[in-house]
Design a protein around this ligand. Structure first.
Ligand SMILES: Cc1ncc(COP(=O)(O)O)c(C=O)c1O
Length: 301
């Protein structure tokens, strides 16, 4: 992983269990300490992170995409006077939006990111971050492992009056083996890192993901029947969300796609519509088949 993402030695790589959702509370438990932290609100997951932060201090919503029904990434943020950290969600899995670059956090304020659905899908400059966390189940490996990459100096500032497994320093000190880790999950992640290196690294992942996303958005933008949810400039290369002109068209798509070996196209229960998740492992020919199927439904198949 250090080779894949050029992760320097002053960053710890930790393997936790229990999912990214637990990070929504573990981050503020360690670093908020009754203070103010700035949150960028770009969808369902950032909303959950904000709610958890309330237990430990005051989350300040520095920017929000709510007014556009989360179809955009905010272009500016209003930071509070002295936030403990800035938190953002790099890819919004449910609404299908993605930050093109990190928000410009105030100088000296740690940038903390939920990168659960786009980590290692493109090059990343780890040095810009205080802490990055990600559930494994999108681009890394099987569910049940949560990856945390954190600056060691930030870990050292964490609250000490917490149960050991709620403190990042425990995982750092014990090399993620304070209690039994998900050994098989971590093993698979190692295999996936080897695969990324063999395939050409993160630049190659980005090239492939761009090509897949461009093909799908290109089709949606010219279609009379299908319409992308996310606005140009804010669109995710991982989760392409879209709607049909009617529920009947969407049902027909699901039926035809299933018959052609494509599953999981129904949008998240909280937003409806369709969602094509095209993570690193998803091949270009799968997107070509999806575009063909969308086109067939449009032509009345
Ligand atoms: C961006 C993001 N954050 C958090 C989560 C929650 O992850 P978990 O179910 O592993 O807690 C997800 C899950 O899809 C996600 O996409």
């Amino acid at each position: 992983m250090r080779a894949v993402a050029d992760i320097p030695d002053d960053y710890a790589i930790l393997f936790l269990t229990s999912g990214a959702t637990v990070q929504f509370s573990m981050v503020p438990a360690n670093f908020l300490d009754g203070g103010v932290a700035d949150y960028c609100h770009t969808g369902v997951w950032s909303g959950k992170a904000i709610e958890e932060a309330r237990r430990h201090g005051t989350p300040h919503v520095a920017c929000s995409a709510q007014a556009s029904n989360f179809s955009t990434i905010p272009t500016s943020c209003e930071w509070s006077a002295a936030p403990r950290y800035v938190h953002f969600t790099s890819n919004n899995t449910i609404y299908g939006t993605q930050w093109a670059t990190e928000p410009a956090a105030p100088a000296g304020v740690p940038l903390i990111c939920d990168a659960s659905s786009d980590l290692f899908s493109r090059p990343i400059d780890i040095r810009k971050y205080g802490l990055i966390y990600a559930s494994a189940q999108k681009n890394l490996g099987p569910p049940g492992v949560t990856l945390v990459i954190a600056r060691r100096a930030l870990i050292a500032t964490g609250h000490k009056d917490l149960p050991p497994l709620s403190q990042y320093r425990t995982y750092e000190r014990e090399r993620s083996m304070h209690n039994t880790p998900n050994t098989f999950g971590v093993y698979v992640i190692a295999e996936v890192m080897e695969w990324i290196l063999r395939e050409g690294g993160l630049a190659e992942m980005e090239r492939r993901n761009r090509a897949k996303a461009d093909l799908l958005y290109g089709f949606l933008d010219q279609s009379q029947l299908w319409r992308a949810h996310a606005q140009p400039g804010s669109r995710s290369a991982m989760n392409v969300t879209f709607r049909g002109a009617s529920a009947a068209h969407e049902e027909r798509l699901l039926e035809l796609a299933e018959a052609r070996g494509m599953s999981g196209l129904r949008g998240h229960r909280s937003v409806g519509g369709m969602r094509a998740s095209i993570y690193n492992a998803f091949p270009l020919h799968g997107v070509e088949r999806l575009v063909q199927t969308l086109s067939d439904v449009e032509r009345g198949s």
